[in-house]
Write a protein that binds this ligand. Structure first.
Ligand code: NAI
Length: 303
């Protein structure tokens, strides 16, 4: 089996450097026409220049691929809509959206300004929302779409000094969960990637020997699988240094406690059973999780 993207059109945001550049190069090398987006700013989101996106688009063309550049900030919905129009005018369809653009404004929560919290949410969460919203009607009309959110181990599990980033990254998992459900009938599949890679984003967070092992290229196979024709949907893959794992939002089997006045005490006594993971499951939707609870209560009534 070969994964190829001939005839497919992809938008990769934040593709002027780091992981996004590798994503764009790999999609183009496997036949996709790629719109390379990057607003070209610093790691903290300041500044901006069209050069970063243009350089990567030129690199793709020099290697015999098809690419156009776009310097929109994903925080600007009008500019994102214009970016989608640019891809449509050039190629008439959009099959793949890789939401990759991101910034960091790390500080402990105690020291963090709300402005730094909001900007990080704006770029990661609203940036992805803008791009999804702009491509959604196109993918719906095509009855085909593959969308990837770039989440992070910080969102899934937390990291010191990254409350803003973690909140934004976990919000993308929530966005995926519902878009995957709503897109299913039109073959729009939505997944998340949690990469670990040596880029300017991580260069001062890890020692050099570790950074050497973490080439951004090692993350790319997970991206390619998650946006391919045979991709899963609603899947969270972690990828780094050639290893791949899946993260799940699981639910324990739990215990029916009831609603009497002593319920808090009974729950406290049984907390170890409630949190025991031996029969974990992954509900197919939020509604399905609620249905499980109602089912347990109804079983008690039936007794
Ligand atoms: P990077 O800083 O090299 O790349 C991010 C790119 O996004 C930059 O080229 C930047 O100009 C662009 N960008 C930033 N704000 C933008 C905006 N408003 N509009 C358009 N483009 C914008 O960092 P890296 O590591 O390649 O990050 C890529 C993605 O992977 C990010 O979403 C990041 O949060 C995520 N990630 C990276 C990890 C790592 O280990 N490097 C770990 C977990 C997640």
């Amino acid at each position: 089996m070969t994964i190829d993207f001939k005839g497919r059109v992809a938008i990769v945001t934040g593709a002027g450097g780091g992981l996004g550049r590798q994503h764009a190069l790999a999609l183009a090398a496997r036949g996709a026409k790629v719109l390379v987006n990057d607003f070209g700013g610093a790691r903290d989101g300041s500044g901006g220049s069209a050069t970063a996106a243009e350089t990567v688009a030129a690199e793709i063309r020099a290697a015999g691929g098809e690419a156009i550049a776009n310097a929109a900030s994903v925080t600007d919905f009008a500019a994102v809509q214009a970016m989608v129009q640019q891809a449509m005018a050039a190629w008439g369809r959009i099959d793949i959206l890789v939401n990759n653009a991101g910034i960091l404004r790390d500080k402990t929560f105690a020291k963090m300004d709300l402005a730094d919290f909001e900007l990080v949410l704006d770029v990661h969460l609203m940036g992805a929302v803008h791009c999804c919203k702009a491509v959604w009607p196109v993918m719906t009309a095509q009855r085909y779409g593959r969308i990837l959110m770039t989440t992070s181990s910080t969102g899934l599990y937390g990291n010191f000094g990254q409350s803003n980033y973690g909140a934004a990254k976990m919000a993308l998992v929530g966005l995926m969960q519902t878009l995957a459900l709503e897109g299913a009938k039109n073959d729009i599949r939505v997944n998340c990637l949690a990469p670990t890679a040596a880029t300017r984003m991580t260069e001062d967070l890890m020692p050099q020997t570790v950074l050497d092992a973490l080439k951004p290229e090692a993350v790319v196979p997970a991206m390619l699988v998650l946006v391919s024709q045979e991709s899963p949907t609603r899947t969270i893959l972690c990828a780094g240094a050639g290893s791949f794992e899946a993260a799940h939002i699981t639910l324990t089997e739990g215990v029916w406690i009831g609603t009497d006045a002593q319920a808090p005490e009974h729950l406290a006594e049984q907390l170890a059973r409630v949190t025991a993971r031996s029969n974990d499951s992954v509900p197919q939707s939020g509604a399905a999780q609620g249905t499980l609870e109602i089912g347990k209560a109804m079983q008690q009534v039936a007794r």
